[in-house]
Ligand binder design. Structure first.
Ligand code: PAF
Length: 279
């Protein structure tokens, strides 16, 4: 595997490649990321991964400085997956001058759910993703459903900018007890780790209620948040949305069998976890 940090060198290395499959990451790779690499292999060749902790998508009080950086271990894992190039730019490589041009997602999609609680987050994500796409020029790129809203925003961006990159969705990788794998799980204490699967259990309960015909969505969301609060969590949201645009469903949508997803973000101790479940 070639490890490349400069954009020019990357372009030289990938020149003429028409079927590149790309997996962008922020490193601290776990089995979930590796499943994205395996899915990428089914859709293209060569496989290019990136590791870049993108300052633009962290708020001033978020965990940019303490975000886990495990480069040597990540390299070993990517070697084993048969990744051809690891693009690992420094901040100077990717942002040699202040990144003043930004890609701002539309308000209805970018300012709801995660966007409401992490202002500027999605602008940081779409800006870096567009820049990484411009460097790698992939035919396909793989994103996990764990970051459901991110996946939808990136997909819509690719469509509206007519990017020549197809966005592929990968299923969320879970531990045996249901907890979605995330680099931030490593912040959890032993007790918190034991409690953490309650988030996915709560999503399942909400989904079961909807499937059983309980259509008072507001009430379901309220009950689920109260349940988590009772267990010591601080939920930002538990929200049932339409899969097509992540907006709240109207009564008519529900009657017409609109496809739904329930999304959640909640703090357990000092760790903020997100998860979702398609209903
Ligand atoms: O999902 C992530 O790890 C990041 O948001 C991404 C897509 C690599 C952009 O920094």
């Amino acid at each position: 595997m070639k490890i490349i940090s400069s954009i020019e060198e990357l372009r030289d290395q990938l020149r003429g490649q028409l079927r590149t499959a790309f997996v962008p990451t922020m490193g601290n790779l776990h089995e979930g990321h590796l499943s994205l690499m395996r899915l990428a292999k089914k859709h293209g060749d060569p496989i290019v991964a990136s590791i870049f902790v993108n300052r633009l998508q962290f708020g001033p009080n978020e965990d940019f400085d303490k975000y886990p950086r495990t480069f040597a271990a990540d390299v070993e894992k990517l070697e084993k997956e048969g990744v051809y190039v690891l693009f690992a730019p420094t901040e100077k490589d990717l942002y040699p001058e202040p990144q003043e041009f930004r890609v701002r997602p539309p308000d209805d999609l970018g300012n709801t759910l995660e966007g409401e609680f992490r202002p500027g987050f999605f602008t940081g994500v779409t800006t870096v993703v567009l820049k990484l796409f411009s460097c790698v020029q992939p035919r396909v790129a793989v994103f996990g459903k764990k970051d459901y809203q991110q996946l939808m925003i990136v997909r819509n961006m690719a469509k509206q900018f007519a990017l020549p990159t197809e966005i592929i969705a990968a299923e969320t990788w879970r531990a045996d007890d249901g907890l979605a794998l995330s680099s931030r799980n490593m912040y959890l204490s032993t007790e918190e780790r034991a409690e953490a699967p309650a988030l996915f259990k709560t999503l399942n309960q909400v989904a079961d209620e909807v499937r059983a015909g309980h259509l008072d969505i507001f009430e379901l969301e309220k009950q689920a948040m109260a349940q988590l609060r009772g267990r010591g969590w601080l939920p930002d949201y538990i929200s049932i949305r339409k899969r097509c645009d992540l907006q709240a469903p109207a009564a008519g949508d529900l009657a017409q069998g609109e496809k739904l997803v329930v999304l959640a973000a909640a703090k357990l101790g000092g760790t903020r976890l997100i998860d979702n479940l398609e209903i």
